[in-house]
Design a protein around this ligand. Structure first.
Ligand code: SER
Length: 388
């Protein structure tokens, strides 16, 4: 099943159950939001989870692009991407968690044809202040799905304060043996769908108060599900990455982990630029800068003649089209190339400065400050130049 068909199947399944489709937002949260990028499907819906009536009602479904920098160092493994899409459903004070889990189970097994014997669930175990999630536990027991109880892994929040609650996660077995063990003990159990019983709000002092309504917020990583349904062992092997797999290895021969990192970061950079961000020294611009510079560091490690000017147009176009972004591909290329030139000049200066006699010894904190303040050389860059 191709990604597009997965999205259609998901949305139609929930539309048939009274949900209205909303248009996903860009990666940029509204002004005043302290978070740099939209990190989950619920993020743009926060006011509605907190009680404001949504114009389309109490049952919603959508596809939301998200960006997570917390996972940046994990990119290259089988399941993490920087920019990814999340399929989501919401009950805004309407139906409760067990109904959501039951529909989730129905869609996975009947809609997507997953063998129920390959599923495992986790449920919130309770901590004395908040109770064990018995309603979810019972639902899974009725369906014959094994359950593991956990504490921290089954509590979801989007930040230190705001809406939060216990969650129940559905895992799919990805191993080539019959399923064994449990999700926290064997990472061949891959998390596919999180159902959050979002009915609390955490205040600044850390205390929990009930939200005005009992919501359910669910999120399912599209590329992760696609790779599992397509029988692939990593998100980089699902159809979303077909053009990258076809075009990049001929251009830049890289070993698998580097190829994944370069594909992920370049695709993410295109989407971020497509949403109107330019590289910069702080905030969103800095995230974009890091993505591009990480790509260049990998490319230039083996061959300094490599450059982003060679990036096939098809990859930029495919990405902008997929995310329905209006930014022209020439603009995206201009931003990438400007940043490449800037980084190239910085590296050049860094090498010259570090070649001076006073730096021919181990560098201390003071040197790092001096190099940063006087020569504009970031710490990471200096440290990586020292390793060359
Ligand atoms: N907010 C939850 C998550 O991001 C479910 O949508 O996992």
């Amino acid at each position: 099943m191709k990604t597009e068909q997965i999205v259609r199947t998901f949305v139609e399944y929930f539309e048939e159950r009274g949900h209205r489709r909303i248009t996903g937002s860009t990666l940029l949260p509204p002004p005043g939001d302290p978070v740099l990028f939209t990190t989950s499907g619920m993020h743009p819906l926060t006011p509605y989870l907190e009680g404001r009536p949504h114009p389309l009602g109490r049952r919603l479904v959508d596809v939301q692009r998200c960006l997570r920098t917390t996972d940046l160092d994990e990119v290259g493994d089988a399941t993490h991407l920087t920019v990814f899409e999340m399929l989501g459903t919401w009950s805004l004070g309407d139906y409760e968690g067990p109904q959501s889990l039951d529909w989730g189970y129905g869609l996975l097994t009947e809609g997507f044809g997953i063998d129920p014997g390959l599923l495992h669930a986790t449920v919130y175990s309770g901590d004395g202040r908040t109770e064990r999630d018995d309603a979810s536990l019972e639902l899974w027991q009725d369906r014959g799905v094994p359950v593991e109880l956990t504490l921290q892994d089954n509590w979801w929040s989007n930040g230190p304060t705001g809406p939060c609650g216990p969650d129940s996660e559905i895992f799919l077995w990805s191993g080539d043996t019959p399923p064994r063990s449990t999700p926290t003990r064997d990472d061949r159990w891959v998390e596919v769908w999180n159902h959050v019983m979002m009915r609390h709000r955490r205040l600044d002092d850390g205390s929990l108060v009930p939200l005005p309504q009992r919501n359910v917020d669910t999120g399912l990583g599209l590329e992760r599900l696609a790779s599992l349904l397509q029988g692939k062992s990593s998100v980089f092997d699902c159809d979303v990455f077909d053009p990258w797999r076809r075009l990049l290895p001929g251009l830049w021969p890289l070993e698998e982990t580097s190829l994944r990192l370069v594909s992920d970061h370049l695709r993410s950079a295109v989407v971020v630029i497509g949403d109107g961000v330019c590289p910069g020294a702080t905030g969103r611009g800095y995230v974009l800068r890091r993505l591009i510079r990480r790509v260049l560091t990998v490319l230039w490690r083996d061959d300094p003649r490599r450059g982003l000017g060679d990036l096939p147009s098809e990859l930029v176009e495919h990405t902008l089209d997929h995310f329905r972004q209006d930014t022209g591909q020439d603009e995206v290329r201009r931003v990438l190339l400007d940043e490449e030139r800037r980084f190239g000049r910085l590296l050049e200066r860094g090498r010259q400065v570090l070649a001076r006699p006073r730096f021919q010894r181990p560098l201390g904190e003071e040197d790092l400050h001096y190099l940063h303040d006087t020569h504009g050389l970031p710490r990471d860059l200096v440290l990586s130049l020292r390793e060359e």
